[in-house]
Design a protein around this ligand. Structure first.
Ligand code: UD1
Length: 383
């Protein structure tokens, strides 16, 4: 059968897929696989903005997730929000001009997401946004501003949970643009789970004997990186104090974001880390983190993605924030919001340690096939 002119066009013009920061990589990996596996294959170009650039924060995750080497790296690096966003825009515009994409596909809510969506929208290039419609309703979070603006700029909006469509409707986005596909991050998780690294090996790599976890192993995992939790000396100090109290009951393994590590050192808070029960590791690879999480008794975090991953793994999660943009992890999953209140954290941790943590269930369409749904929809939409 003869191809129509439009189909010919699509096969000629790539979808430009954007990654920039760590949480983008696990979302994009299954999408790239699904675009390649689609019949016919959907041509793509992978652009890394370079927002994250350290081996720990970028290259290692590319390897763990079997992401292809980016076709283009904009190498923007770290800077203030304005400078970083502007620099991504400045460097991305010529890429769009050179390649004339059929669409620009962005994921998540980092500065690179918004910057590339804005460049594309101003040039009349369609924008597809994966993980649309999540709202914390807290504009003090830089990501919330990125979410709202990226969704306004997007022509096709893929959502991970149904509540997201209410948020988008509230902001005037027509229902016809929204497509419920499920959660691509869970595609990555299910795909990688058999390859997860044994926590004992991860600890050993960093000079910690797994015997510290006891037999059977019991431990909690901590990640902290939100500016609201780690950029203020008193807040960070209070959090480390209460984590020390939890660690007196169960050993805690920290996977430290560079921002948090720098602030612990800058504020002189290393003395709050109890060496016998609080273990500081550098940012972890995807397979190492997955192994740590899957074997954990509890997670303490301010990350967005880890709230979802622990729900998928059935591991109780205490979120050290006042709000979440991922309410399904609370309504259906294993997540509990505890904010920064000492007593709330200790009470919730006590419940989990007593075996009364939330069991939860895996939400609809968090089934390992979200990226395939995106590829199928994208093809029909671009046609
Ligand atoms: C960014 C995202 C956040 C995401 C987080 C995951 C925005 C607004 N924020 O926050 O949504 O949850 O990534 O990590 O986009 N740094 C390094 N090496 C790196 C990257 C950063 O050392 O490879 C240090 C730099 O000192 C930098 C700081 O970390 O200034 C913060 O990096 P940045 O990308 O600005 O924001 P994140 O806090 O990582």
């Amino acid at each position: 059968m003869l191809q129509t002119e439009a189909e010919e066009d699509i096969t000629m013009k790539p979808v430009i897929c954007i990654v920039g920061a760590r949480p983008n990589f696990m979302k994009m990996a299954p999408i790239l696989r699904a675009l390649a596996a689609h019949n016919p294959p959907i041509p793509m170009l992978l652009v890394h903005t370079g927002q994250h650039y350290d081996r720990d924060m970028s290259d290692k995750l590319f390897e763990d997730l079997a992401l292809p080497h980016p076709d283009i790296n904009l190498e923007v690096g770290s800077a203030s929000h304005a400078v970083q966003t502007a620099e991504v825009m400045r460097r991305f515009e010529p890429v769009v001009d050179a390649h004339g994409p059929s669409c620009v596909l962005v994921v998540g809510d980092v500065n690179s997401t918004l910057a590339c969506a804005l460049v594309a929208a101003k040039k009349g290039i369609p924008v597809a946004h994966v993980e649309s419609g999540l709202r914390s309703n807290d504009r003090a979070m830089p990501e919330e501003i990125n979410r709202i603006l990226t969704d306004q700029l997007s022509d096709r909006l893929y959502i991970t949970e149904r509540s997201a469509s209410d948020n988008l409707a509230h902001e005037g986005i027509p229902a016809a643009r929204i497509c419920f596909v499920g959660n691509v991050m869970i595609d990555s998780l299910l795909n990688a789970k058999p390859k997860a690294v044994d926590p004992a090996m991860t600890l050993r790599t960093h000079g910690v004997d797994a015997a510290v976890l006891g037999e059977p192993r019991r431990y909690g995992v901590v990640t902290l990186h939100r500016p609201s939790n780690v950029d203020d000396q008193h807040t960070l100090s209070d959090l480390l104090h209460v984590l020390g109290e939890v660690a007196a009951q169960i050993p805690l393994i920290f996977a430290l974001h560079p921002r948090t590590k720098a602030n612990i050192e800058r504020f002189g808070l290393l003395n709050l880390i109890k060496p016998e029960c609080m273990f500081l590791l550098p940012p972890q690879g995807y397979l190492e983190m997955l192994g740590l999480m899957a074997g954990a008794t509890l997670m303490l975090t301010d990350s967005g993605g880890l709230q979802e991953e622990t729900t998928a793994l059935g591991v109780p999660c205490l979120t050290l924030r006042e709000n979440t943009e991922r309410p399904i992890t609370i309504d259906q999953g294993t997540n509990t919001l505890v904010g920064r209140d000492r007593q709330a954290i200790l009470d919730a941790a006590g419940e989990i340690l007593a075996g009364k943590g939330k069991k939860g269930r895996v939400p609809e369409y968090w089934d390992g096939h979200a990226a395939e749904r995106i590829a199928a929809d994208l093809w029909n939409w671009l046609k």
